[in-house]
Design a protein around this ligand. Structure first.
Ligand code: NAP
Length: 271
């Protein structure tokens, strides 16, 4: 009988949390389809993981804000690969006064964080459903439990990811596909976030996890079929605080702190 080779598809896999998730899966001997923007050296990561962990891996370069690219990726995967895990990790965001944000900036957040994630899930679900056990992991953020002034679009896009994931999870209950949503707190992944983290107080800094630790927790809990993943003890406390503190109080606190932060920096950064 022919053995079927299964793959895990990860978006945003060339750096940050996506790359850490790829390493975590490779350590568990999972074969990988790593999707990244063009020109991010994904082939280097692919070759490294293949040799280091004796797995099969393949890279695919594309800009997921373009609808045709997402459709092409879905077609290519369904024609050539059997996947039993989809990790929608690619996501962008930042702090910006809404009025001064460009249409392109807003569009890119919506197209990547929402449309690409939903279309990929929709286009690859039949492939996942054909496997004995399959998993979808959507990467949201603690910012999902906003709202946050001077960020507005990013937390709203991540609130969508939360709502979409929990709804789909309930819809697929009893099927072979498990859907989890992860809400990481701050991680020093890119230059903007790292610079922001440097300015945090000791208490806020204590909530920061490495992308590697976050990835390890996410994959472990995903395989346990936990629907809601909040990596790290301090982030769990932040989650409880966000859920219990009245919105009007939170908005007052965040308005002051984020306005101050924005005045200190011009560059975008994650929550
Ligand atoms: N860093 C944080 O503090 C933090 C906190 C909470 C949640 N998150 C979430 O965690 C996820 C990963 O964040 P990160 O900080 O590791 O990322 P990052 O270092 O800021 O990089 C952004 C990721 O999105 C991908 N990406 C950006 N534009 C894209 C496009 N047009 N098409 C396809 N992919 C695109 C990039 O892909 P490639 O570079 O691979 O090409 C990269 O992996 C995101 O969903 C983010 O919202 C991050």
């Amino acid at each position: 009988m022919k053995t079927i080779t299964h793959y895990v598809l990860i978006t945003g896999a060339s750096r940050g949390l996506g790359k850490a998730l790829a390493v975590e899966c490779a350590k568990r001997s999972m074969n990988l389809i790593l999707v990244s923007l063009p020109g991010e050296n994904i082939d280097y990561t692919v070759e490294y993981l293949k040799i280091r962990y004796s797995i099969d891996a393949v890279g695919y370069e594309t800009d997921l804000t373009i609808e045709k690219n997402v459709i092409d990726l879905i077609g290519w995967v369904n024609q050539n690969y059997t996947i039993d895990m989809l990790i929608n990790n690619a996501g962008i965001g930042g702090s910006k006064e809404f009025n001064s944000a460009s249409k392109g900036y807003i569009d890119n957040i919506l197209l990547l964080n929402i449309r690409a994630l939903v279309l990929l899930t929709h286009g690859l679900l039949s492939n996942l459903k054909r496997q004995k056990n399959a998993y979808i992991l959507n990467i949201a953020s603690l910012a999902s439990f906003g709202p946050f002034p001077f960020k507005t679009v990013y937390p709203a896009s991540k609130a969508f990811v939360y709502s979409f994931s929990r709804g789909l999870s309930a819809e697929l209950k009893g099927s072979n596909v498990c859907v989890s949503v992860a809400h990481p707190g701050g991680m020093a992944t890119n230059k903007d976030v790292s610079r922001r983290i440097e300015k945090y107080s000791g208490l806020v800094k204590s909530t920061i996890l490495s992308p590697e630790k976050t990835a390890e927790i996410c994959i472990r809990q995903l395989l346990k079929k936990d629907e809601l993943i909040i990596p790290g003890f301090m982030n769990k406390l932040s989650y409880i605080a966000l859920k219990t503190c009245p919105v009007w109080i939170r908005l007052q606190i965040f308005r002051k702190s984020l306005q101050k932060e924005l005045s200190l920096q011009n560059q975008p950064a994650y929550a």
